[in-house]
Write a protein that binds this ligand. Structure first.
Ligand code: PMT
Length: 223
């Protein structure tokens, strides 16, 4: 039984990777499976929240009772999130959003040519979904993730401050059994004047702890 700590709250969450298309057959993506975000969506629901899950392409099914919005690219995800964010109490950004996309998507399959041994793909910056939500006048309680391979706290606190977040969940994705595409994870959670380490556990178990922590920090923030 999960305690009803989010009863009556509306929670919007992103999960999974994004897919940045080059042409009709190719795309740039990453190793996110959606497991962390889907576990959080499930446990937030179990804690009484009304959950909307904006998901990139993954191979797992959405928890029952969650409103699922399927998207492909970072631009699609940005649109789906920003059009819903204003009416939410909580926003959690668990998706691994591509920072860059191909400068243009070609309508026909790109062909190799006899005289070209090299190919250069030009990329342009994608909008930062989380930073844009956190900049809204009527913003929800904003929880980010940080996927790092070193200097976890330093980079995570940088993102917390720069993106004006309420909380950030940092994972070291260079350690086996943590981060992308596995069933377990470990998170160091930071907020302005504190933090908490959640040690290696299943993504479901971590999600229960995170939901409780979000409820706790929201209550403090409102005092
Ligand atoms: O999906 P799994 O296989 O279960 O793996 C889980 C996970 C490793 C993907 C997850 O735990 C995680 O860390 N997600 C965030 C990954 C990431 O892209 O981190 P980042 O440090 O690059 O981004 C920082 C934050 O900004 C994230 O909350 C991200 O969702 C958000 N962001 C980033 C870029 C962008 N254009 N828009 C964003 O909203």
């Amino acid at each position: 039984e999960v305690a009803q700590v989010l009863a009556g709250k509306k929670l919007l969450i992103t999960a999974g990777p994004t897919r940045e298309e080059l042409d009709p057959v190719r795309y740039i993506t990453n190793h996110s499976s959606g497991k962390m975000g889907y576990a959080l969506a499930e446990m937030a629901m179990a804690a009484g929240a009304q959950v909307t899950l904006v998901s990139g392409p993954v191979n797992i099914s959405a928890p029952k009772g969650v409103e699922l919005v399927r998207v492909g690219s970072a631009l699609d995800m940005h649109q789906a999130v920003l059009s819903r964010a204003q009416s939410q109490d909580i926003f959690v950004a668990a998706a691994a959003v591509a920072d860059y996309r191909p400068a243009s998507r070609v309508d026909q399959k790109i062909k190799k040519t006899g005289d070209n041994d090299d190919m250069v793909i030009e990329l342009v910056r994608n909008p930062d979904i989380l930073a844009d939500v956190a900049a809204l006048a009527n913003k929800p309680f904003c929880v980010g993730f940080a996927a790092e391979t070193r200097d976890l706290e330093h980079y995570a606190r940088g993102k917390l401050k720069r993106k004006k977040l309420d909380m950030i969940c940092a994972n070291l994705v260079s350690i086996p059994g943590q981060g992308f595409n596995v069933d377990t994870n470990a998170l160091d959670v930071f907020w302005k004047d504190g933090g908490k380490s959640l040690s290696l556990a299943s993504k479901q178990q971590l999600a229960v702890l995170l939901v409780e922590l979000i409820a706790e920090r929201m209550a403090v923030a409102r005092q």
